[in-house]
Design a protein around this ligand. Sequence first.
Ligand code: SF4
Length: 140
Amino acid sequence: MTNRRRFIMMVPLTGAALAAACSEKAPPPEAAPAAPAPVAPAPAPMAAPEPAAAPAPTAPAAAGGPMVEETEPTAMALGYVADAARVDKVKHPNFVEGSVCANCVLYQGAAGSESGPCPLFSGKQVSAQGWCASYAKKPG
Ligand code: SF4
C-alpha cells in the first residue's frame, strides 16, 4: 500500500514538473541554421579501365587461328606432329625424310611462313615443319 500511495502522490508532482518543463521556452535545437555541409565534389567519372593487354599473338596464329595441338583428336588420328623430326617412324613407315607441311600439297601457308592453314584442321594452323599421315608432296 505504501507504494500505491507514493505513486498517487507522485503523479500530480510529475505532471506539474512536466508542465513546467514544457512551458519553459527551450532554445531551438540549433541556434542558427546550420550552414549547408560542404558538398564534396562529385567524383570524376571513372575512366573505363584499360583493357588488359592481350598477349601478343604469334604472327602465325594471328594470321589464321590457333595452332593445332598434337593432342587434338584429329591430330592424334593423323599422327600430326609440329616437328617432323619427331614422326614415329614405326607407326608411319611411309614417312620420307624432308617431308614437312611446308612442302605438302595441302599446306596453305605462304612460302617461308612458320605456319599456315591446312584444310584437315579447319580454322587452325599447322607448323610449316610439321607432318601428318595425310602428307602429299607438293608438285614441282
Ligand atoms: Fe601438314 Fe599436309 Fe598433314 Fe596438313 S595434310 S597437316 S599440311 S602434312
